[in-house]
Write a protein that binds this ligand. Structure first.
Ligand code: ATP
Length: 589
């Protein structure tokens, strides 16, 4: 199992290996490493200081003591290249660091939470991006002085929006993924979700952008120096190019060395960015950009019979209404005051057509209503605790531990970037505080419990390497991992083929019986209700129209809507005539 948990780390190592196997990637990485090393070791490698001048040696050619010769002021060119590289590369690092510090956290925050911060930050980013960088740098130089480090700080501010926009866009996309919702439901905090499921998607593009922005910073800095508005006396590759240009007629060779250093560094950064992109995108799993963005449907339980009666001790909903704010400030109510109970050890089915409000009910219990939605009135008691209006932090503590969730789409609720083992272990470590080894052992047990064959191997696999039925078993195992009291299962078999559906229903029944779980089963399938549920609540247009023991409701429905639902079940419809070709039909006629 520990191997399974380490799968994600192994995969990251795999991307690095792919980078090294790419000749361009390996060559650019090697070149950059050599450049950085040489520049870092300038005091050791340089024959003399960058400003040490000997006018008598001006324009002297290469010699043993001065391998690249001397410049117009009799300064050693190799020493100036090495020391100048410190300023040039250091400046680029400073710019990138500032851009990263400003752009990435703000992009994460804006993409994940949206709202006012997102609007304000996007507005500022658009404004900064509209400014012409070179003009701003020239103006900064006039105001703040010619220190190249200050200009690089200004450049960092100017390129930060590039990181912001990229990160914000990716995060806003990932935030809607079902596996992020699943992580929330399993009780992980926002910080953990971002660290685990969001950063991994952002990481690749950010690394690529770093390489590109570093190249841009070096180019811009050199451009300023070349125009003579850079750091003046400070040795940089751009300043060397400027000086060499002034003597181009006399010693054109002086252009070569700083030009080569600049060209090699910028070229290597661009090639590295390309190779990195290839290495990170060539993953065994589905690339992040190709992940389906579909959201799952709903879950929930209703029980009109419970109104006014003693409230169930596990889940008790009274008068629950859910409303969404319209742009004009008014509310659109989508659930209109429902009552529902689930007792320990009881399976309650919630049935109804699409749009009847089942999902909104389930999400209210889980505390994960989409933006704009809220519980506008009523009470939801889960295991003795009122959760309507509960702050998110406290609601999160209940998810995973007290109430767990099995979603409809098994595949889109598993993060393609992590092994099954890793995805089972993470919530147990952070919700239950288990050590990695304990959680790994527990994950193996859970897979055995949900009857997955060869569980050790499955733990090491990625989601795309297992079947849909197996993925649903994994999600059920995940839901069980923190030993919840209430399980909300959202159409848990809809996405599976018929034979696998029966197996998964058997599994739910067994778990419920063994663990005394209360289950709220959202389904449109009355066959599933008849097979599994002790009681059923029928929902229509945001109201529970009928509720009662499954046998009674299916045998003797009281509400016309329940009767219509039952009439729509094909099994009860009169058998259709067998198909015959058109000619045969006309002959009979
Ligand atoms: N984000 C939202 N903003 C506004 N209205 C919404 C939103 N989400 C759902 N609704 C409305 O809430 C009502 C109930 O939707 P809900 O998703 O609970 O239905 P459902 O019974 O679960 O259907 P399905 O099985 O298709 O998911 C629908 O009329 C829907 O239009």
């Amino acid at each position: 199992m520990s191997e399974g948990v380490q799968g994600a780390a192994a995969r990251r190592r795999g991307a690095f290996r792919r980078l090294l196997r790419n000749p361009l990637g390996a060559a650019s990485l090697l070149l950059l490493a050599l450049l950085v090393l040489a520049v870092a070791l300038a005091p050791v490698l340089a024959p003399q200081g960058p400003q040490t001048a000997s006018l008598g040696d001006a324009f002297a050619g290469a010699s043993g003591a001065h391998p690249l010769g001397m410049d117009s002021a009799g300064r050693d060119i190799l020493s100036r290249i090495l020391y100048g590289g410190r300023n040039t590369l250091g400046g680029a690092v400073l710019s990138v660091a500032i851009a990263l510090l400003l752009g990435v956290p703000s992009g994460l925050f804006a993409g994940y939470y949206a709202g006012k911060f997102d609007s304000a930050a996007t507005w500022v980013a658009n404004l900064v991006m509209a400014l012409p960088a070179m003009v701003v740098l020239l103006a900064s130089r006039a105001i703040l002085g010619s220190n190249p480090w200050i200009l690089m700080i200004v450049l960092g501010f100017l390129v930060a929006p590039q990181f912001f926009r990229m990160v914000r866009g990716i995060v806003a996309d990932v935030r809607g993924e079902a596996y992020v919702d699943a992580a929330r439901v399993s009780g992980l905090s926002d910080v953990r979700i971002v660290a685990r499921h969001v950063l991994i998607v952002v990481r690749g593009p950010v690394i690529i952008q770093v390489a590109l922005v570093a190249g841009l910073a070096i180019g811009l800095q050199a451009g300023l120096e070349f125009l003579g508005v850079g750091g003046g006396a400070t040795a940089t590759w751009g300043a060397m190019l400027n000086e060499a240009f002034q003597n181009i007629q006399r010693a054109p060779i002086l252009m070569l060395w700083p030009g080569l250093a600049l060209g090699a560094t910028s070229g290597a950064l661009v090639l590295l960015a390309t190779a990195l992109r290839d290495a990170l995108e060539d993953r065994a799993g589905t690339p992040a950009a190709a992940r389906p963005a579909e959201r799952r449907a709903a879950a929930g339980v209703g029980d009109a019979e419970g109104a006014g009666e003693k409230r169930a001790e596990l889940l008790s909903i009274r008068g629950l209404a859910v409303a969404y704010a319209r742009p004009d400030g008014t509310d659109a109510e989508v659930v209109h005051g429902i009552d529902l109970d689930v007792r320990p050890g009881e399976i309650v089915g919630l049935v109804g057509e699409s749009g009847s409000g089942k999902t909104q009910t389930a999400f209210s219990v889980l505390g994960i209503l989409p933006d704009g939605g809220r519980v506008s009135r009523g009470s939801i008691i889960v295991a003795g605790q009122e959760v309507a209006g509960l702050p998110e932090r406290q609601h999160r503590r209940l998810r995973g531990r007290t109430v767990a969730y099995v979603p409809q789409e098994p595949m889109s609720n598993l993060d393609p970037a992590f092994t099954i083992g890793s995805q089972l272990v993470e919530p147990m470590r952070h919700v239950m505080g288990l050590s990695r080894a304990q959680a790994a052992e527990q994950a193996l047990e859970l897979l055995r419990m949900v009857e997955i064959p060869e569980p050790e191997q499955v733990l090491r696999r990625f989601p795309h390497q297992i079947s849909g039925g197996m993925a649903q078993r994994v999600l059920i195992a995940g839901a069980m991992s923190c030993d919840p009291e209430l399980l909300i299962a959202d159409e848990p078999t809809t996405a599976l083929d018929v034979r696998v559906q029966a197996d998964v229903l058997d599994l739910l029944r067994r778990l419920q019986a063994e663990r005394g779980l209360g289950v709220l089963l959202v389904t449109h399938n009355l066959g599933v209700v008849a097979d599994l549920c002790d009681r059923v609540a029928v929902m229509n247009e945001g109201r529970i129209v009928e509720t009662g023991a499954t046998d009674r409701v299916l045998r003797d429905p009281q509400d016309p809507y329940t009767r219509r639902l039952l009439d729509a079940v094909l099994d009860d419809a009169p058998p259709r005539a067998p198909w015959r070709p058109v000619e045969a039909r006309s002959e009979t006629a």
